[in-house]
Design a protein. Structure first.
Length: 311
């Protein structure tokens, strides 16, 4: 089979297609025929080597860590069956941009009726992170949530899910994303110099919590807006969030949670924002688009065969 990934750590120059043997599922694993995969900023960090010690890598390693596809074979200790359309997180040491993808069955769920494979493929990382962050913050309806990077994958999910929970959401994003943010029911605040003053104008009484997908000085400055210090969950800079009294996002990554998020999509509560979809042979372009750091919503790569239609 073919996979698109890397055989050593480094920049974009280490990426290419590899021909490798077909995988065999181990206990608690399934092999799926790729229908779609999501690409995320964290995937760049894995390729660069910045996640050594936290993300297991078997070289050559496919890029990406979330996918949807039809089960081709299943190992022991799983209830998933051949021919079932599923989505989930890749098993330890495996990536997603591969004709055949190894998924961890403890982090895999069926694709429900009415949810496309492209939508399902981009739920585990961004939408799952946002849902876990909101679960941890446990804000009361009417609370004000500040989302940093509201136009990205985590940000668009946090914004929509926050509104679903009855929160007032203030979303910081570039001017080109104003219509998107406001269309999700949030108050848009332009990012860049002076954004703190603009948030204060939008939320004069301060904010109750922050979900961060930017990090750095943006997070540090935004923390001054909190009514009560520490109500921060950061997907971009967990160490800085901890210094500010908050934390990173503790990911649950379970089949039950993924099924819960997918049901929200099926019910029309959450609509994953997919800005661009690429063919399998265009994998390099998909990774490059994410690596700019300015992608809107999610970037998805289709499998080399036609994707199954939503049921």
């Amino acid at each position: 089979m073919r996979l698109y990934g890397f055989d050593r750590y480094g920049g974009a120059q280490v990426q290419r297609f590899f021909d490798v043997p077909d995988p065999t599922p181990g206990p608690g694993q399934v092999v799926v025929r790729l229908a779609a995969a999501g690409i995320n900023p964290a995937d760049i960090k894995v390729r660069d080597g910045a996640r050594q010690g936290t993300v297991p890598v078997q070289l050559p390693m496919a890029m990406g860590r979330e996918a949807a596809g039809v089960v081709e074979s299943a190992g022991s200790a799983t209830e998933l069956v051949e021919g079932e359309l599923v989505f989930g997180s890749t098993a330890a040491g495996f990536g997603a941009l591969s004709e055949l993808v190894v998924l961890d069955t403890a982090q895999t769920a069926p694709v429900p009726d009415g949810v496309s494979v492209e939508q399902a493929a981009c739920l585990p990382v961004a939408s799952g992170t946002a849902w876990d962050a909101l679960h941890e913050l446990a804000l009361r309806p009417g609370s004000t949530l500040l989302v940093l990077g509201a136009g990205g994958g985590v940000g668009t999910s946090a914004t929509q899910l926050g509104r679903h929970l009855g929160l007032r959401v203030v979303g910081v994003a570039g001017p080109a994303k104003q219509q998107l943010v406001e269309g999700m029911g949030a108050v848009h605040v332009r990012s860049g110099d002076g954004f703190v003053d603009r948030v204060r104008a939008a939320a004069p009484d301060g904010v109750d919590a922050i979900i961060d997908a930017v990090g750095g000085s943006v997070l540090a400055d935004a923390a001054t807006l909190l009514r009560v210090p520490g109500a921060i969950r950061s997907a971009a800079a967990p160490a800085l969030a901890a210094e500010l009294g908050g934390a990173g996002v503790t990911r649950r990554r379970s089949s039950a949670v993924y099924a819960e998020v997918a049901a929200l999509v099926a019910d029309g509560v959450l609509a994953p924002i997919i800005a661009a979809t690429y063919g399998f042979d265009e994998a390099a372009d998909a990774v490059a688009a994410v690596e700019t750091g300015h992608a809107t919503g999610k970037t998805v790569v289709r499998g080399p065969r036609p994707s199954p239609e939503p049921r």
